[in-house]
Each structure stands twice: as structure tokens, then as C-alpha cells.
Design a protein. Structure first.
Lengths: 676, 297
């Protein structure tokens, strides 16, 4: 219920008048003249008695009369159709959007939401029709539309909050679709939710059809308090056989500072416990002592003590050993140490993944069998069988990085044919003090880390001499010099990749090794060419799982077992993404158990923030501009309906009149009491 | 207007029926039966007679000798009659009554009855009215009944009351031993009352205390919270009678009992008269009790 003239409600302060009248009535009476108060003063004085209200019925009648009059003047109206709709005789199409996101599990929100939903179901007129839609990230109708309150109650009884993230947009769109298909004259959307701030994207254009009444029902309550582990960072190092430092981000989303006890563990074992104090509306990093990395992927977790929302009190992750990328570094004979030191040093620095570089004068078959990437650092492409082995290596998935410096020589015909790449004679830019380097595509995995404005400046690199590359159509130019010559290109051969750099890494033809971008560029290139892609340490509810990323090359059928024990069979040859819908540890394994990979799934941190959105802005965005009426805070459908819902003031005024008459009668008839 | 209007015939008739018993019981009230506390010479002049040898020359009227050059001796009457001095408290607190009579009215009738009865016994009667001060003083005399009644009639309630000061003045101005009847509501510290009344007693006066109280002062039957105003001081106090009734009753009862006990110990006669009772009944009751006390003594 709302009021058209709520300022009149200030008149409720007048309720104090009859109370004060009752309390002070005795004080306003004529004083009782008494010979001497000597003995009266000697009796202990009791003030409470003076304030005790007598004649409760009289007081209640007066207070009721005032309250009813004030309420009548405030012009109350019913926000919900209720009996008014039944009286109207017009059938309604009602869509009940029931938020079942993870945040609805906080405190008693879900109980309140169910109660509100049941009220909607019970308020249906026989000709009304109700569709219950449960939504979190995606909306889903609980069943066909029904006019039967019992059926709707059954839908609600089966509903449970899941771990999803609140998204109002899709739910409103589905409600709009359902209403547009309805032939009933009146349309209502009842939105029962905690109206979480993170659930609404103001930029989204989710509007209800014209003529729809939106009734928001908030179950958020006041001042929610929540602590959450919103993230975990794993810092691995190869020292001592592999160790990892786990740092958890603990956020205090409430309004009071909290002392937090955070525990780190793997499996069922708690390894470390750290306490920290978190200020309100802030987050702190909880750093645990280093622990040993497992030899195989193993589940780990960080937990804090439980609170109102338990789903975000634990952050799960998978600990994996540090991956290794074996690199075969081929250097030309006769190269000075000054020329090769830059690349050697760059390859020796990588720790996660660990780059293991082996320097050879020529790649042997055994070397290639162990290597993931071959780097020809200004060395000529091997000739003969060695060259063919190297091409096969690439063809079978290996990576090749060839720096075509002064000693590299020409590109052999076989290589040109296989890789579709040629290199012209060196172009000299000494006369104009070198050409600048320009990256062609920052979206390429090698250059993606440098996309930001401060991510790296390749234009500062001076290229004094280079071989202009000529790539086949299948090839891709990654970098140019400022005179338009392609200096870095990529091509695919078989399942492998090859990158050709038309200059050197020895600070002879260019000064790239002296630039800050050199080291990360080499590391990115090696990772890319090795096909290095480490699975995520954890996923969030609603993410899709790509089985191939976890079990590359597994052709047989796989089984995905959810935290609740349900199993999904992934047939051989079918590798469609699978949604992860439950928080906890999934396991992806082969039927016989040869492969078993844990998968950590957590609640989206956005769901941990329980703050409520600006309801007015939300309703305005949903309703604007074509006249969706929002009920609850304000507004109704039609003038007739509005008039019907405001009619209640007549009854209030009549009740006030009756109360006043009764008060007068009671005052006249009541005994006046003794003489004092 | 005279004070005779106070003399209710019914009251006096009732008292008359007791006259015979009272004459034998009440010391000082009934002429001829009591022993005058001041044996010897009366000051009420009756007649002159010629001097006879043996007469006390102090009784020669020298003014008559100066006019007639003969010796005449003054004759005085009723040597055995006593002085009755009624001290009536007319303070503001006496101007209270829940019934037909205020305490002051009741005290007036009571005082007039006593004066009249005494005068009928040929006692000398006098009157004092007081609040915190002496307001009227009619010295005891065989001829002062009318004056006393007149004074009683015209006297209205005064201001704040006090017992010690007026009684001390009475003690000073009443040299002849008398029967002093104090009519008051006695809102006074009992210790003060004891001290001042004992002083009167010590001077040879026979002291009788008639405490006049309204039934509401004893029962405190009020209901409903209300401010109570002190008649004498004007002070107002919020009072919840229902909550304090029992304690008030206990206090006033204790006060009266303290007075009765303390005055008895000091050989001061005490009687509590409630204005709800008829005046004649109060007199009858008092006199009956006084007779019993005399028998006990």
C-alpha cells in the first residue's frame, strides 16, 4: 500500500495528543486544597503512577480516530491489484520473476521471497494466469502458466537458490516475451528480488511492454553484512622442487570492521591459518606461507569463518606443478658471445613457465624429440636431413623462431615452400639512423600483453638493417618497419607454428635487445610457439568448461562429475563447452580413471556485494519511456484502476467518524471518579 | 450578631443531661465540685460592706474612703471558681472541611460549648485565638462569656499556624492558674507541642488538648492523581492518593498516637475530635472519659 499524499502522514504525530491528554489530565485538574501536606511530603513520591495511562479504551478510540483521519487524508491506495483486480473483473497475465541467485541465500531473504511469491500466487483471481520464472544469470520458467494457486505453489516449493549471479536484463526480457504473447487484457510483472546492485546493467535496454505493471518486491532487508574470499593469487616458483605462495583477497562488504580467520588447505587438510582485520567496505590480501607444489593437479582452498552468505566464504583453486617449455637454441658457429648473450639471458630468466633452453650448433633428432620450440638465432636453416627433421618437427606441432640476422643466410627453397615465407636481401637503414618498428596486430597472443597505452613501446626500437619478409597468403605479418617492410611474420605449417624475424637478436642490426620490451616479447613468443596454455586455477559459476583445454588430445569419452555427484558423459568426438553450475570441485576424468583433473568452481565475486541498487533508477529504466507502470513505490495502470485502489480513504474516513462517535459516547457515559 | 448562635440547643440539651455527672467529674468545668487551683481571693467584685475589725486592710477600698471618708471593704464572689481559657487555633489549616462544618466551625462550636458550660458553673471564661501569633485575647472573667462568643463568631481563619509562640505568650499573660483548653488540628512537631504544653503545665495550668481533624485528614479517601495545595503555605504537590493512602494513614495515625502518648505522659489531657461526629457527642465522650480517668486516679 502507498499514499498519494504521504506528507499528511506527518499528522500521525498528533497521536501524541490523546496520550499526553491522558497523561497530563490529572495535572490540569483544580488543585485539591488540603490542610497540611506535612505528611504527604513524607510519603515517597512515585512519578510512574502519574504517567500511567488510565482509560485505555478512551485513549485507543481517540488515537484511532486521529490515525484514521490522517490515513484518509494521505489518500492511500493499494499498490497491488489484490481484491481490486478481482473486483475489476479483468483477467491478468502475471509473470512472477523470482530471483534465485546466490545472494538470495543470505539470511532470511529466500524465505521472505517465497512468502512474497506465495502471496502473489494466492492473490490470483480465477481468470488470472501466472507464470513463475526463476532467474539468476539466466531466466527459466518453472512450468507452464497456471491459474491454479496450488500448482504455482508447487513450482515455488521446488525452487531453490542456486549459485548464479543476478542478471535482471534477461529475466525482464523473458517476462516481456511472455506478456507480449498473452491475450489477457492486463499484464503484470512481479519482481521478487534482493535488487542487488551488481545485477543491473544500466546500459542494457531491457524494457517491459507498454501497459505492463511492474510490482517490485524487495527482500533485501537492512544493512547486510558479508565477508567473502573474492580471489586467490598463486605465485609459483621452481625453488625447492616447486613451491607456491597463496594470497587470498578477503573483502568485507559490510559496514563494520571484522577480524577474519583465513585457512589454507588442500583436500581435507588445513595447512595454514592466518588472521587479518578487514575494514568495512574494503578488502585485504591474506598471504599464506609457501607450500609445496603437488606433482599432479590437486584441489586447494582458502576458507574464512561462515557468515550470512556461505557460498563465498570459500575460494577453491587447483594447484598445478610449474609447466616446463624445453627450447632448443641453435647458434651459428663463430658468433661472438656478445651477439648471443641477449637471447641466452632472456631464455634463462623464465620461471613460470620454466623455460629450459639448450644450446646446440645443430638440432639433432634427439634434441628435437625433447624440444617444444626451436630458436635459430641468426643461424642458417639446417640443410639436408637435419632441415627436413626440423620441418617435420614444426609440421607435427613444434614451434620455430628464426632470426634472419647477418649469418642466417638465405631461406632454403624447401623452407620457403613449406612455410610460404621468403626473405629478401638485407635492407639498409643506416643512412636515416634506422627505421622504427611498428606492431601490426596487438591482439596477437605475442603482443596482447602490450596492448595498453603503457604496455610497451616498440616504436623506440631502431632497425638499422633487416630482411623484408614476403609471406604467403596463409602467413601473417606481425610487425613492420616504418618504411612498410614486414619484419616479423608468422606462418603455420601442419599443426606447428613458425615465426620469422627479419633481423637479429644480437644488437647488431637493431637495438631491440636493449629495449624493455625484448624480454617479455621473447617469452611471449616462446609460449605461443610452444602452444603453452595453462588451464585456469579456478572457474566461476556460469563459466563454460572446454574439456580440450584440460585434457588436450584425449579422444575417448570423458566423464564430468559435479560437486553434488551428478555425472555428465562427454562422448568421444564431442567437445562442446559445458556450463559449470555448482560451486565446488568438479572432476573431469576418463571412464577408467587414467585421466582425472580437478576443476575448481567458485561464486562470482560480484554476487558477494549485497548492496541494493537505486530502485528508482531501475524502475525508471525498465518503465521508460512508453508507460510501463511501476506499482509498489508508486503508480497504477489506468485511471479507473487508480480510482478503485484509492477508494480505501472513504472507509478510513467512515471508520474515523465511528471512532469519534464512540469516543463521545464513552466520555459521556464513563464515571467521573472521586473527588480529588 | 452574637455568639449564642453557636450554642446549638440540641447540643446544649445533651450536655445538660450530663450536667450532673459532669459537675462531679470534670475538674474546673463544674462549679462547686472542683478545687480551684488558686485558693483565696477572687478578683470579681460583688459589693462593698463597711469595714469590720479583723478585716484585711488590703481589702479596704481607698477610692470610696476618699469620696466618703468611710472605710468600706470590697466583697468578691465565688472564690472557688476557676479560670477557663480556651485557646482556639484559627490558622488557615483549620479552614478545611469535607462535610458541613470546617474544622474551624467545629472548633468554634466546641469552644463555645465549653465556655458556656463553664460559665454556667460560674467559672471565669476567657478566649485566645491564634495562628502564628495571638490574634484575640479575652482574659478570663465571669463577665466575658458574651465577649468570648462574639470574638469567636467574628474570627475568621488567619494565616500560617504555629503552636510554640502563641502558647508561650499565653503562659506569660495567664498568671492565674487556669484550665487551658487548646483546640487545634495540631499540625506541629510533637516534640514542640510537648515542650510548650509542658511549660504551661509546669506553671500550674491544667491543660486539655482537643485535636480537631476532618475525616479526610485521617482516611485520605481521594482517588485520581491531582495536585494538592497546602492551605497554609500554598505549596502544591502532585499526589497519587491511591499509591500513598496507606502510608499517609499510618503516618497520621502515628502522629496522633504520639501526641496521645506523649501528652498523657506529661499529664496533659488529650482528645481527638473528628468533625464528622456531633459536637455534643464529642463533649459527651470526652467528659465520660475524663470521669473514668478521675476514677482511675
Amino acid at each position: 500500500m502507498s499514499f498519494l499524499a504521504p506528507l499528511f502522514l506527518l499528522g500521525l504525530a498528533a497521536l501524541a495528543i490523546p496520550v499526553l491528554l491522558h497523561l497530563t489530565q490529572r495535572q490540569r485538574r483544580e488543585p485539591v486544597r488540603f490542610p497540611s501536606l506535612a505528611f504527604v511530603r513524607r510519603v515517597p513520591f512515585r512519578t510512574t503512577e502519574r504517567r500511567r495511562i488510565r482509560d485505555w479504551l478512551l485513549l485507543l478510540l481517540r488515537a484511532a480516530a486521529i490515525a484514521l483521519l490522517v490515513a484518509a487524508f494521505a489518500r492511500p491506495f493499494l499498490a497491488r491489484a489484490g481484491f481490486g483486480a478481482a473486483a475489476a473483473g479483468a483477467a491478468r497475465e502475471v509473470v512472477l520473476l523470482l530471483d534465485r541467485s546466490a545472494s538470495m541465500g543470505y539470511g532470511e531473504r529466500w524465505d521472505r521471497a517465497l512468502a512474497a511469491a506465495r502471496r502473489v500466487a494466492n492473490g490470483l483471481a480465477p481468470e488470472d494466469r501466472l507464470t513463475v520464472v526463476l532467474f539468476a544469470e539466466t531466466p527459466q520458467a518453472a512450468g507452464p502458466a497456471t491459474s491454479d494457486a496450488a500448482t504455482a505453489a508447487a513450482y515455488l516449493a521446488a525452487a531453490r537458490p542456486d549459485g548464479g549471479v543476478t542478471r535482471f536484463g534477461p529475466a525482464l526480457e523473458l517476462a516481456g516475451d511472455l506478456l507480449e504473447q498473452s491475450e489477457l487484457p492486463r499484464r503484470t510483472v512481479v519482481l521478487v528480488s534482493d535488487f542487488q546492485q551488481a545485477g543491473w546493467n544500466a546500459a542494457a535496454d531491457s524494457r517491459l511492454p507498454v501497459g505492463t505493471t511492474l510490482e517490485p518486491v524487495s527482500v533485501s532487508g537492512d544493512d547486510p553484512q558479508n565477508l567473502a574470499v573474492t580471489g586467490v593469487t598463486l605465485q609459483r616458483s621452481p625453488d625447492e622442487g616447486g613451491r607456491v605462495i597463496v594470497t587470498a583477497r578477503v573483502a568485507n562488504l559490510g559496514t563494520g570492521a571484522v577480524e577474519v580467520r583465513a585457512r589454507l588447505g588442500t583436500g581435507t587438510q588445513t595447512l595454514h591459518e592466518v588472521r587479518a582485520r578487514v575494514a568495512p567496505r574494503e578488502a585485504t590480501a591474506v598471504r599464506f606461507p609457501a607450500i609445496a607444489l603437488p606433482a599432479a593437479p590437486a584441489p586447494g582452498w582458502v576458507r574464512i569463518d561462515g557468515d550470512g552468505l556461505g557460498l563465498d566464504d570459500e575460494r577453491r583453486f587447483v594447484l598445478r606443478p610449474i609447466p616446463r617449455i624445453p627450447v632448443l637454441l641453435v647458434e651459428p658457429s663463430g658468433a661472438s658471445a656478445r651477439e648471443v648473450v641477449y637471447l641466452r639471458r632472456a631464455l634463462s630468466i623464465g620461471r613460470d613457465p620454466l623455460i629450459e633452453a639448450s644450446v646446440r650448433a645443430a638440432p639433432s633428432a634427439a634434441d628435437l624429440a625433447l624440444a617444444a620450440v626451436v630458436v635459430l638465432n641468426d643461424a642458417p636453416f639446417p640443410s639436408g636431413e637435419a632441415g627436413r627433421r626440423l620441418l617435420r618437427f614444426v609440421e607435427q606441432g613444434g614451434g620455430l623462431l628464426w632470426a634472419l640476422g647477418p649469418r642466417a643466410g638465405a631461406v632454403p627453397e624447401a623452407v620457403r615452400a613449406a612455410l610460404g615465407t621468403a626473405a629478401r636481401s638485407p635492407a639498409d637503414r643506416l643512412t636515416d639512423r634506422g627505421g622504427a618498428l611498428g606492431v601490426a596486430d596487438y591482439s596477437h597472443p605475442v603482443f596482447a600483453p602490450f596492448q595498453g597505452t603503457r604496455g610497451g613501446d616498440y616504436s623506440a626500437v631502431s632497425v638499422y638493417r633487416y630482411r623484408r619478409l614476403a609471406l604467403a597468403d596463409s602467413g601473417r605479418v606481425l610487425a613492420w618497419t616504418d618504411d612498410g617492410g614486414a619484419v616479423l611474420g608468422e606462418t603455420r605449417y601442419g599443426t606447428g607454428r613458425a615465426m620469422l624475424w627479419g633481423s637479429d637478436f644480437g644488437n647488431v642490426w637493431n637495438d631491440l635487445p636493449l629495449r624493455a620490451v625484448f624480454l617479455p616479447t621473447i617469452h611471449q613468443a616462446v609460449r605461443y610457439l610452444a602452444g603453452h596454455r595453462e588451464p585456469a586455477a579456478s572457474y566461476e559459476i556460469g563459466n563454460a568448461l572446454q574439456p580440450d583445454e584440460l585434457v588436450p588430445g584425449a579422444d575417448g569419452e570423458l566423464v564430468l562429475e559435479a560437486p553434488d555427484g551428478t555425472r555428465i558423459l562427454i562422448p568421444s568426438g564431442t567437445r562442446a563447452p559445458l556450463p559449470l553450475l555448482r560451486a565446488g570441485f568438479y572432476e573431469l576424468r576418463s571412464p577408467r580413471g587414467e585421466v582425472a583433473v580437478p576443476i575448481a568452481v567458485n561464486l562470482d565475486p560480484a554476487e558477494s556485494d549485497l548492496r541494493e541498487l537505486d530502485r528508482d533508477a531501475f524502475l525508471a529504466a525498465v518503465a521508460a519511456p512508453e508507460g510501463v507502470t511501476t506499482a509498489g513505490p508508486a503508480g497504477v495502470l489506468t485511471a479507473a484502476e487508480r480510482e478503485r485502489r484509492q477508494r480505501i480513504w472513504w472507509y478510513l474516513a467512515l471508520a474515523a467518524l465511528i471512532a469519534l462517535v464512540a469516543e463521545s459516547a464513552f466520555t459521556a457515559l464513563r464515571p467521573t471518579g472521586t473527588s480529588a | 450578631m452574637t455568639g449564642t448562635r453557636f450554642l446549638d440547643p440540641t447540643v446544649l440539651a445533651r450536655i445538660d443531661n450530663l450536667e450532673l455527672a459532669a459537675r462531679t467529674v470534670v475538674d474546673g468545668f463544674i462549679s462547686g465540685l472542683h478545687h480551684s487551683p488558686y485558693l483565696g481571693v477572687s478578683t470579681d467584685f460583688a459589693e462593698h460592706r463597711p469595714y469590720m475589725p479583723g478585716d484585711d486592710i488590703r481589702r479596704v477600698d481607698w477610692r470610696v474612703f476618699g469620696r466618703t471618708d468611710r472605710f468600706y471593704v470590697k466583697e468578691f464572689e465565688a472564690d472557688t471558681n476557676a479560670n477557663l481559657l480556651v485557646a482556639l487555633d484559627v490558622s488557615r489549616s483549620m479552614d478545611y472541611g469535607s462535610g458541613a462544618l470546617t474544622k474551624l466551625d467545629y472548633g468554634r462550636i466546641l469552644a463555645a460549648s465549653l465556655l458556656y458550660l463553664s460559665r454556667r458553673q460560674r467559672d471565669r471564661v476567657g478566649l485566645v485565638t491564634f495562628d502564628a501569633n495571638l490574634l484575640d485575647f479575652v482574659p478570663p472573667s465571669a463577665k466575658h462569656l458574651e465577649l468570648c462568643l462574639y470574638t469567636l463568631d467574628r474570627r475568621n481563619a488567619g494565616g500560617r499556624g504555629d503552636l510554640a509562640g502563641p502558647l508561650e505568650k499565653i503562659a506569660e499573660i495567664t498568671r492565674r492558674r487556669s484550665i487551658v483548653v487548646l483546640v487545634s488540628d495540631l499540625y506541629e512537631d510533637p516534640a514542640v507541642a510537648f515542650r510548650t504544653l509542658a511549660r504551661l503545665r509546669d506553671r500550674g495550668h491544667d491543660v486539655i488538648v482537643l485535636q480537631v481533624l476532618d475525616p479526610h485528614e485521617l482516611e485520605f479517601p481521594f482517588d485520581g492523581a491531582a495536585p494538592f495545595e497546602d492551605l497554609e503555605t500554598g505549596e502544591r504537590v502532585p499526589v497519587v492518593p491511591a499509591k500513598m493512602r496507606d502510608e499517609y494513614r499510618a503516618l497520621i495515625r502515628e502522629h496522633c498516637e504520639t501526641l496521645a502518648r506523649g501528652l498523657g505522659q506529661r499529664r496533659v489531657d488529650y482528645y481527638l475530635a473528628q468533625t464528622s461526629r456531633p459536637v455534643d457527642f464529642a463533649l459527651f465522650e470526652y467528659l465520660t472519659r475524663r470521669e473514668w480517668l478521675r476514677l482511675v486516679k
